[in-house]
Design a protein around this ligand. Sequence first.
Ligand code: FAD
Length: 395
Amino acid sequence: MDRIVIVGAGLAGLRTVEELRARGYPGEITLIGAEQRPPYDRPPLSKKVLTGDLDETSLRADLAALRAGFRPGELVTGLELGDGSGGVVRTDGTEYRWDGLVIATGATPVLLPGDGRQRVLRTLDDALELRALLKPGLRLTVAGAGWIGAELATAAAGLGADVTVLDLAATPLAAAVGPEVGAHTAAWYAAAGVDLRLNQGVEAVRPGGVALAGGGWLDADEVVTAVGVRPAVSWLDGSGIALERGVATDEHLRASAPGVYAVGDCASFVSRRYGRRLRFEHWDVALHAPEVAAANLLGGGEVYDPVPYFWSEQFGRMLQYAGYHGGADQLVWRGDPAGAAWSVGWLAAGKLVALLATGRPRDLVQSRRVIASGAPVDAARLADPAVPIRDVAGR
Ligand code: FAD
């Protein structure tokens, strides 16, 4: 293998370059990114960039030292697979031959119907434009009380904007952590002066505001749509690469054609640990999956099987989530969810499969190990916040 092309110059794309070189790959690397900027970090975009505490979030990659040909501002439009192996990726103006391909195109925000302007929060430019608008008295409507909606509401309310958050679900974070857990975050909005309207869909975003599902109108100077993302894989339509809510890979992050791998937000991989195909929009996945893809591109047989990790900073709290709770059959609270610090664990057949820690970072660290071990846990001891999580397993 001597010509590797990586499509998508976000964290996962950059990490793939780094991992290929760290493993001694001597050949050509081309990193193609639709954005004009070198790779940068996204988590601060909805936090310190919005509040003005940070102006840029560059990942400070020395692509020249990594001997990577960087092609910013080029949108890849199609993929052609060769006979047997290798192929070509096409951009608007040119094409690149490859014998190894890594797909790292991330995800793009979903929009709502309507002819009004909808802002999103995905790129540094999105964040900088938004922050210029966040002034006292701005009537801001945020569609979606998920992770991004909550972080944006935190920053905007802190800057004096008049914030309304709408969500179709009965609680915030319903899709992410389920309504029973998400319900305990609703009070945080009111305490921050944010008007949270649940069970409230959006019919359409219109100039000057939002037409509400079920009738009604909400005036807004700006509307930000934060209702989730879709993997950015439309450029693969018709290419022969199998797609299943993202690029379908096996547990080695191998896509359906030889020499093709996928990493980060766009990859839907088979998890041995959870016995199903999973796709995460987690920074930690974009950081580590490239280790496995790079090793396997170079002939390895490594398996990607993380205990996934995600964090969010909202309403003055640090939330950290480890694992995956699909398939859980029991919820165990650790501490009072009305208080400042608490955790909640999800069990499946007596084993800890996921944990959300609010202001309890030690719970998070220890739970990752317990989840990884797959050992049964004592639910009564897990429910006692005074018992370290490392001591609830294996009894
Ligand atoms: P991306 O970062 O999306 O990079 C993909 C790149 O590919 C993009 O630059 C895109 O322009 C480019 N691209 C797409 N299509 C093409 C194409 N056809 N041709 C060429 N280039 C293309 N995670 C956490 O764990 N904690 C957090 O607190 C957190 N906060 C976040 C806040 C925000 C505002 C956002 C947007 C995300 C946040 N995340 C967080 C998620 C995390 O940032 C992502 O999981 C991570 O960025 C995924 O990296 P990636 O490289 O897979 O994709």
